[in-house]
Ligand binder design. Structure first.
Ligand SMILES: Cc1cc2nc3c(=O)[nH]c(=O)nc-3n(C[C@H](O)[C@H](O)[C@H](O)COP(=O)(O)OP(=O)(O)OC[C@H]3O[C@@H](n4cnc5c(N)ncnc54)[C@H](O)[C@@H]3O)c2cc1C
Length: 506
């Protein structure tokens, strides 16, 4: 048996969302271990600072580092998020909601949507969203924490948060430092490798210091200073599948209601995000540079702001894809250094979180068993591909005709796994579930139906009940949703009473 050689020091390069999430998580997880944790970042370089919307799993991360969503929202001008409203994706004037919640109640082992399809086929269609409490709350700008013991699936939903990215990084940094993490503000000028193993030995800083470590975490953003520039991990470019390659971001003052959700509006050359925060609204236009110029994209965004612009437009260029390997020798990349898929479903921060959790699960010693990194890399690639395919479905399923970007994405050939998923849905309303998928059946259901992809047949098992039986069962479900909704309060009041920002006026 090889002698274990425990890790004694972790060096995190980069102090954006990824770097400080890793530092806060490691500080908490290794608090009783003799492991030093150091974050090296350059305030002169700064952070990308645009990740403002999350998915519900983020609340597990808050718990794991010993905090709560309420504390985070207070520190970051945060708001609650029940899902995403998609506007104009099917055609101009159409909108639907992707909730973090379930639809209807199953019966006799048959999923609710099969009964809904049966009723639709019988000409007795009601909106699918009528059977989803989460959507009902969002549509009326209401919020409440989910019931702890819901009486049926009708009461099951989840929620995430929306926050100021820079404030979130600051919040995490304060926690990490309080937990013993050392912070160095300096530029990394070079990376020193051990001659024999090829492992990273130290970071060379601009002020002449040399920071040694056993394990290095690359959180240097798109630069990927360690994993890419030093260790040469190649980049899998997926921009031929997901065509957007730029974003322009511009915050504005809020003039509309404080919605408990993110909005995504399809535009001619991409889509616009709208993220309501306590202090402002985050806006951005994610677009394909082949279909619109930077100036035109910025002007389009400016023209669509709901209130006064609070900053100049900020351009971010990106290449959708991921590193072929995110763990090479003694270096693991997290965040933008590991890859980037556009923020259509707010998945980047969740990928940082799962990357950290998996690393803790697969935590190596200084022998760096290649079996660990191989499995870590295999899972990371699958996780990325599943998210890529979910987003790709949003594009492929669009109904915007006569616009070159949207016509092209609709016409493209899909990856085999995604095509199989769609085929099974289309024939019988069946879901195909793959390992490492971040989005479960209700998410796919909302996107399929929202984009108008209705199965040719429903499951014959749904014929157990007559249409008249279902009519009354459906009416009871709608009543149950309305009753549960009556317990909620306006989102704005929930925030004022529970999460009022402690940084307002900064
Ligand atoms: C347009 C856009 C919108 C997005 N929206 C969302 C969203 O809604 N939800 C979501 O989950 N994600 C979103 N993301 C992704 C999200 O912003 C990132 O995943 C997140 O901010 C993590 O970034 P990072 O920490 O990896 O990189 P960065 O924020 O770029 O941080 C890099 C760090 O490395 C440091 N650094 C780099 N080089 C050096 C050097 N030589 N020496 C010292 N330090 C160095 C920098 O100073 C900085 O501290 C979005 C991304 C983009 C581009």
């Amino acid at each position: 048996m090889t002698e274990a050689r425990p890790i004694r020091s972790i060096v995190i390069a980069g102090g954006g969302t990824a770097g400080w999430m890793a530092a806060a998580a490691f500080a908490r997880r290794f608090e009783r271990h003799p492991i030093s944790i150091t974050v090296v970042e350059s305030s002169a370089i700064g952070i990308v600072g645009v990740g403002e919307a999350t998915v519900p799993g983020i609340r597990d991360f808050f718990r794991n580092i010993g905090t709560t969503a309420t504390e985070v929202m207070q520190a970051t001008n945060g708001t609650a998020k029940l899902g995403i409203e998609f506007v104009d994706w099917r055609h101009d004037g159409h909108r639907f909601f992707h909730p973090f919640g379930l639809y209807g109640a199953p019966s006799r082992g048959v999923q609710f949507h099969q009964y809904w399809l049966k009723m639709r086929a019988a000409g007795r269609e009601t909106p699918l969203s009528d059977y989803c409490l989460c959507t009902a709350l969002a549509q009326d700008n209401l919020f409440m924490p989910p019931p702890e013991a819901p009486q049926s699936d009708l009461g099951v939903f989840d929620w995430a948060v929306q926050f100021e990215a820079a404030a979130f990084a600051r919040f995490l940094a304060a926690r990490a430092k309080a937990g013993g993490v050392t912070h160095i503000d300096a530029k990394i000028e070079g990376v020193e490798l051990e001659s024999e193993s090829g492992n990273i030995a130290a970071l060379k800083l601009g002020d002449g210091r040399r920071i040694e470590g056993d394990l290095f975490i690359d959180c240097t953003g798109f630069r990927a200073l360690l994993i890419g520039q030093t260790l040469g991990a190649s980049y899998l470019d997926w921009s031929h599948i997901l065509p957007c390659d730029r974003a322009v971001a511009m915050p504005c003052a809020r003039s509309g209601p404080l919605t408990p959700y993110t909005r995504s509006t399809a535009l001619r050359a991409g889509w616009q995000w709208h993220i309501p925060l306590q202090s402002r609204v985050g806006n951005g236009y994610v677009y394909s540079s082949r279909h619109i110029s930077d100036d035109e994209a910025a002007a389009t965004l400016r023209g669509r702001l709901e209130g006064e612009a609070l900053d100049e437009p900020r351009l971010v260029r990106f290449t959708t894809g991921k590193r072929s390997q995110v763990w090479v020798r003694n270096c693991i990349a997290l965040g933008l250094a590991s890859g980037f898929i556009e923020p259509l479903e707010s998945t980047s921060i969740t990928l940082i979180q799962t990357g950290i959790e998996r690393l803790i699960d697969f935590f190596p010693d200084r022998n760096f068993d290649p079996a660990l990194s191989a499995e870590y890399n295999r899972i990371a690639t699958q996780e990325y591909e599943r998210i890529r395919d979910f987003l790709l479905f949003h594009y492929w399923g669009n109904g915007r005709h006569g616009e070159p970007l949207w016509d092209a994405v609709r016409a493209q050939e899909l990856p085999e796994d995604l095509q199989r998923k769609i085929d099974l849905w289309r024939s019988r309303g069946r879901f195909v579930r793959y390992l490492w998928e971040s989005f479960a059946d209700p998410s796919w259901l909302s996107m399929y139906v929202g984009l108008g992809l209705i199965p040719e047949q429903y499951d014959p098992m749904a014929d157990f009940f007559s249409a008249d039986d279902l009519d009354s069962a459906f009416a009871k479900m709608r009543e149950a949703v309305a009753k549960a909704k009556a317990l909620a309060m306006p989102h704005e009041r929930f925030i004022a009473e529970n999460c009022r920002s402690q940084i307002r006026g900064e």
